[in-house]
Ligand binder design. Structure first.
Ligand code: SAM
Ligand code: SF4
Length: 328
């Protein structure tokens, strides 16, 4: 009988978020405000072969979607080799990447050729000065050029991610909507999440997803029916108009009930929850092709123990210093 990835709550896991590096070149104010600092004892990142074995084991368990993330995945030198290896794993139908858009314009065709067929690009402001203030980099136009290049390269799904923050960029909601409709894009507003490193920032700038939903309602946006197997985003559209807006609201009740994803860090630790207390090292089982059976059993057994939900509403972010360390 084929094993599948299911936990004690009956949730099925068909989606892996795989971090390729903790390193990032941006300094987003909610994530790495002082920039990435390399720890003295940083272990090496998973190699291409280790990643191939890891994804093959997950695919054997019915997983079909992988998202490459980080840190900033485009900083990983072997990115193209990794993408090509993952997209060739039998059973993997969707290879997505989340990026800050670094060098996207010049690399979009290589990404498409390597099998990346979905891209989320983080754009927290459409105002160049505010974009620079949030990310530490004056690169908005470069990132927007990258989005256009990704679409021109034939990457089927290109979405924007925006963290909406009270007193920083929440007044840009209408501007984002106009942009989405003008370019027939899909955008996800992500509620800022508390991590161990950003508690003061979170207290000052957290904006509840419900408030964004109310503003969309007032503008005539309608909530779409959830597709089977969809993740936690609630998606809205305006009848007869192009573009879609999703809201990812981890503080909302029942958010975790639709969790469909698992995470593996750049060093090979399985994180059953983004805000869990620890990761479980899979690396010893990634060293040779003949360890696959043991790896598959271990992943299935660990997944079965996933906790029902995070404890963010209780102010507990687990062991997560910032999302760049686990792959957001
Ligand atoms: N560097 C890439 C990027 O920014 O797109 C990929 C990694 S980043 C950790 C993945 C996503 O997590 C980004 O869309 C980012 O805006 C979001 N993110 C990071 N920290 C967050 C936080 N504390 N709360 C909400 N979203 C966060
Ligand atoms: Fe880097 Fe992404 Fe974190 Fe911004 S959100 S600092 S781009 S990892």
């Amino acid at each position: 009988m084929q094993q599948s990835l299911e936990d004690g709550q009956g949730r099925r896991f068909e989606y892996l978020r795989l971090s390729l590096t903790d390193v990032c070149n941006f300094r987003c104010s909610y994530c790495l405000p002082d920039g990435y600092r390399k720890p003295a004892d940083a272990p090496a990142n998973l190699s291409v072969d280790e990643i191939r074995r890891l994804v093959t084991a997950f695919a054997t368990l019915g997983l079909w979607k992988v998202r490459l993330t980080g840190g900033e995945p485009s900083l990983r030198r072997e990115l193209i080799d990794i993408a090509a290896a993952v997209s060739r794993v039998p059973g993997i139908r969707r290879l997505a990447m989340t990026t800050n858009g670094y060098r996207l314009a010049e690399r979009a065709e290589d990404y498409a050729a390597a099998g990346i067929n979905a891209l989320n690009v983080s754009v927290d402001s459409l105002d160049p000065a505010r974009f620079a203030a949030i990310t530490g980099h004056d690169r908005l136009s470069e990132v927007l050029d990258g989005i256009a290049a990704a679409r021109a390269a034939g990457i089927g799904t290109v979405k924007l991610n925006s963290v909406l923050m009270s007193g920083i960029n929440d007044h840009e909601l209408e501007g984002f909507i106009a942009f989405v409709q003008r370019h027939d894009l899909s955008l996800r507003f992500i509620e800022v999440m508390r991590t161990n490193d950003n508690t003061a920032f979170f207290e000052r700038h957290h904006l509840a997803g419900a408030e964004i939903a109310d503003r969309l309602d007032a503008m005539g946006w309608q909530r779409l029916a959830r597709e089977q197997g969809a993740g936690p985003a609630v998606v809205y559209a305006q009848p007869g108009r192009p573009g879609q807006i999703g809201i990812i609201a981890p503080y909302s009740k029942d958010f975790c009930a639709s969790c469909n994803r698992l995470r593996v860090s750049a060093q090979g630790k399985l994180h059953l929850c983004l805000f869990g207390d620890y990761g479980i090292d899979l690396r010893p089982l990634l060293q040779a092709d003949d360890q696959q059976d043991e790896l598959i059993s271990r992943i299935a057994a660990l997944t079965a123990t996933k906790t029902p939900g995070h404890r963010l509403r209780q102010g507990n972010s687990g062991a997560t210093p910032h999302l760049a360390s686990i792959g957001g």
